[in-house]
Design a protein around this ligand. Structure first.
Ligand SMILES: Cc1ncc(C[n+]2csc(CCOP(=O)(O)OP(=O)(O)O)c2C)c(N)n1
Length: 369
């Protein structure tokens, strides 16, 4: 068989970043932003996210909350991402983002409202321009590309500072057309946009290796002409550096970037799932060795920046914060049942007037009883 001589036309690398290894040891000097105050703040925010997740799962188990997607084991990704955005940037989150939402100023009560079926929770009081969380897989990436296009247009037309749109997703979402389409537009239009992919190894019961033959998720960005970096997603310093760097490039007009954050979903996919039916106890036990909170805590303790007393104080303070949020959430007046129409249409179609009136009258009857 004749073998033609081929010339190398292009070649690419995917780099990997880590600052704190699995034992909480620094593998290289930490960046300037990782001050003791910032690190202890991140430890608090990750612990808060874990506490909210824990309580939300318990609320679901006792019938007080709907289906909930925990972020257990992936707290570093959300907290680092949310922390890297400026207030004016626009976050387009997927559903597994408790840590990032908290970091954006979303109230715990709002997060509980969302998963309790109360759409008012999506109307973030302190993150007015952020998009609601997206459950339809990967659609938020196209929304974010549209947002980034608008942000750049405003910058060019009105001279506003360039702001950045950030879309988050799981690795399963990167198998969808929406992801490739959004990356293609972001790349060719050099949009101010950052893609953050939480590669937690599982898309419900489908392991990463069963849904994509790619060696890394990061390399998918190369086809769209954008830089990509793979980071240890359980190392909050690495995720924060990567997102900050990508945001800075986008803000300077240098276009989009993708970050693949390697992690592991220590929880079930959602409260509607039982992961023990499709993955081994050994795999799970192994993955617990890599989790992000103990890693950062170990680092801080080794630096004499954290003690048992600090930990106890923080746990007490977080428990009080959580308790107050639960009380606020439980004392909110429920939405009227007609709200199901309100959040679906800007203008109610005529064909639904009758149903709307019927529901409104039924509700009034219930309230009279
Ligand atoms: C368009 C669409 N198809 C299917 C689903 C059902 N679904 C919900 S979560 C999920 C897996 C997503 O996995 P991944 O993107 O890896 O994110 P993870 O949940 O692991 O964080 C699927 C298929 C959906 N929500 N939307």
């Amino acid at each position: 068989m004749h073998k033609p001589r081929l010339q190398l036309q292009a070649s690419f690398d995917i780099a990997y970043l880590q600052y704190l290894d699995q034992q909480g040891r620094a593998t290289q000097p930490l960046p300037d932003f990782a001050t003791p105050d910032w690190l202890t703040y991140c430890l608090r925010q990750m612990q808060l996210a874990r506490l909210v997740d824990d309580r939300a799962v318990k609320l679901q188990r006792t019938g007080r909350l709907g289906t909930y997607p925990s972020t257990l084991g992936q707290e570093a990704i959300g907290v680092a991402t949310g922390n890297a955005l400026m207030a004016e940037d626009i976050y387009c989150p997927y559903y597994r983002e408790t840590g990032a939402l908290l970091e954006r100023g979303v109230e715990i009560e709002e997060i509980l409202a969302i998963w309790g079926g109360d759409e008012r929770g999506q109307n973030f009081e302190h993150a007015r321009k952020d998009l609601p969380i997206c459950v339809p897989i990967a659609t938020q990436m196209l929304h974010a590309a549209g947002v980034a296009f608008a942000l750049r247009h405003r910058h060019q037309q009105r001279g506003e500072p360039l702001q950045v749109a950030v879309a988050s997703s799981g690795e399963g979402a990167t198998s969808k057309g929406d992801f490739y389409e959004a990356m293609n537009l972001a790349g060719v239009w050099k949009l101010p946009m950052v893609f953050v992919v939480n590669n937690n190894q599982w898309a419900i019961s489908v392991p990463r290796t069963a849904q994509t033959a790619t060696q890394t998720i990061a390399q998918k960005a190369i086809a769209a002409g954008m830089p990509a970096l793979q980071v240890d997603g359980n190392d909050i310093v690495a995720v924060a550096w990567a997102v900050r760097d990508a945001m800075m490039r986008a803000r300077c007009g240098d276009g989009p970037a993708l970050i693949e954050a390697l992690s592991y979903r220590l929880c079930d996919h959602t409260t509607a799932d039982d992961a023990s039916r499709y993955r081994s106890a050994e795999e799970l036990e192994q993955a617990w060795q890599w989790e992000p909170i103990r890693r950062l805590e170990t680092y801080l303790r080794n630096q004499n920046l954290w003690s048992d007393a600090n930990q106890q104080d923080m746990e007490r303070e977080l428990a009080q914060t959580m308790e107050a949020a639960l009380n606020n959430w439980e004392s909110r007046a429920p939405e009227p049942s007609t709200a199901i129409f309100d959040h679906l249409y800007a203008q109610l179609p005529e064909g639904l007037y009758e149903q709307y009136d019927q529901l409104r009258d039924e509700q009034a009857g219930v309230e009279r009883q």
